[in-house]
Design a protein around this ligand. Structure first.
Ligand SMILES: [Mg+2]
Length: 242
């Protein structure tokens, strides 16, 4: 069952922003974590792991920093190497990533993306993945062609900042049709509390899905505008579509 507020907009949103892990797909495999570990070893010579780091909803930049900080690497050194750490992890993932992710796509995702694309609504990624890792995942899942652009780890220090960048890009391209970004015009869909917080901080609409690690109760506590089991439960009439 979905929790739906009484509030309903009359104008269909101009822009949809999607998280990747736990939202578009689930269980993408260990290769992403392995690529971050590989980069730490290759670039800074530090053997470390993501073990014990609550990676759910975190940006790759923060995950890498947490891994290295735990091994005693000074923050200034981590920051100085971040660009290279990113490139190294991206190359590793593209070379050693999973063969296919088509079987990992969450319920309702393909149908929803296809319907939104038919309506001509731009779809953008807002994800904690490094850019080439995120693009590679959606490509391996067969979803690449739905997305016009993306905001990724390394482009801003926070997920809210990434959402802001995506919105700015859409505005500059004229995709917002001149309307302000607000709860009627922009939707951010994600599976973690950090996605909900990013939406609230940008004053846009938050849709939370229970296809990730967070429980329904955890997500509900952050008060998304809409909380659904999976994207198969999303009705375009929730946004004022006829
Ligand atoms: Mg996620």
């Amino acid at each position: 069952m979905a929790s739906r507020g009484a509030e309903r907009s009359t104008q269909f949103p101009s822009l949809f922003l999607f998280d990747i892990d736990g939202t578009l797909m689930r269980g993408a495999g260990p290769q992403h974590r392995e690529a971050l570990e590989y980069a730490a070893a290759r670039v800074l010579g530090v053997r470390t792991s993501t073990e014990g780091i609550p990676v759910h909803g975190m940006l790759d930049t923060d995950i890498v920093a947490a891994m290295l900080r735990r091994e005693g690497v000074p923050l200034v050194r981590i920051r100085g190497a971040m660009e290279e750490l990113m490139r190294s992890a991206e190359r590793r993932y593209v070379r050693n990533g999973p063969g296919s992710l088509t079987g990992k796509v969450c319920p309702g995702v393909r149908a929803l993306l296809a319907r939104l694309q038919r309506r001509g609504v731009p779809l953008l990624l807002v994800t904690g993945n490094f850019a080439r890792i995120g693009w590679r995942k959606v490509e391996l899942a067969g979803l690449r062609h739905y997305f016009a652009h993306g905001a990724f780890a390394g482009m801003s220090a926070t997920r809210a900042g990434l959402a802001r960048l995506a919105i700015r890009h859409a505005r500059e391209r004229g995709w917002l049709n001149g309307v302000p970004a607000n709860v009627s015009s922009v939707v951010l869909i994600g599976d973690a509390p950090s996605d909900i917080l990013a939406a609230h901080s940008n004053r846009i609409r938050s849709v939370a899905v229970c296809t990730g690690i967070s429980t329904r109760e955890e997500l509900e506590a952050h008060r998304p505008h809409l909380l659904i089991r999976n994207l198969g439960d999303l009705r375009l009439s929730d946004f004022g579509a006829d």
